[in-house]
Design a protein around this ligand. Sequence first.
Ligand code: SF4
Length: 422
Amino acid sequence: MTCLKPEDRGPADGNAGSLDFNPFDAMTPRLPSEADKTARNGQRVKSNDVTPTGVYKPNYNILTPHMRSPDYVQMSTAAAITLGVMNGKMHRCACTRCLNLLLTYPEGCRANCAYCGLARHREAERDYADRNFIRVDWPAVPMEEIVDIVARDGENSPFHRMCISMITHPNSDADTVTVLKKWTDRITADSIPVSILSNPTTMKRNDVKVLKDLGADIFTVALDAATPALFGRTRGKGVNSPHSWKKYWEVLNDARDIFGNQKFGAHIIVGMGETEHEVLTLVQQLVDMGGHSHMFCFFPEKGSLMDHLPATPRDQWRRVQLARYLIDYVGVRIDQMRFDEEGRVSDFGLPQGELDTIIDAGIAFRTSGCPGKFAEDISACDRPYGDSPPSDIASFPFQPIKKDIKKIRRQLDMRDRALLEV
Ligand code: SF4
């Protein structure tokens, strides 16, 4: 068995001299303030009413055009570069394999999640289409133009998957259907399958069914917080936000019934105050239901209610990343693992040799998400640098090489295999 001894650990990369996990009490968000009436609900953008022309790249020096789904959607900077509507290069990545589309409205998302750059409390400070989200800008692109490019590229498209990200807005359910139809009218589900990153708060069971019937392949629920208490503090009443743990689970259970085995999952952010045991219990629960977990490492998004808090220490993140991979893809169960008094993983439940092989393969440390065309355990959604800067990578958007594995082993406080074999 592989035993870690937390008390023996020295400072790991990225969190020298601090705790090697983010405890609940240290991760309290700031309280949100409500914007002045004149800035609420996208008033600025709607009263200026600037007509959009083509692609809009977030720019605080010009008036934000009046853009609205389903005609317009936003996409990550990585997706815009890969699609060819924006210039740029990504550190150690040629492209992204997931075309992630985000619904957009001047009113923005009406929720107030504490870790999110899109949250409602920012409406006085920045128009919705200009807000940073998972560390990057999200250019807005006409949906017709996106479908034209992808359909034209056909088999040569770099994308292995498309994902529609819903937000909390009264039109979000209907517009998700329209965006999905616009896609499936021109692009077959076999060539580039579609995932839905849902917003349960506005959804009913039949909405889930409609998306399945229209050809969506995978349905995910962004639980994000790993426990009911954390959920309430970061996404519910704690920050004047409308979400509830109960409703999210209701829709997650609907997704299991309607989309079926291996075709549903949940997003989880690690390091917002849950213990490693708590988050891995959730991972096991999802696997036992027949689904998967897609994980992010908490990063303090600029402008969010948690931007003053520490990113997840790399050793906590690596332990959870590895343990989650073992539960999701290797058949190890949480009850085979051992945890210390702080809930940290102290034993992964596998013989050292087997664990070494998995660590050295590196897949466990890649970005997790819906699969692409390479392998079931390699995510199409690689979200380059969505949860860390490139200088201290949390989720690897590419295959980690020897020097990366060496660093990962240091972060796990495990010696290099080559050294072990000497
Ligand atoms: S519902 Fe999603 S987009 Fe809206 S604030 Fe919460 S995390 Fe951000």
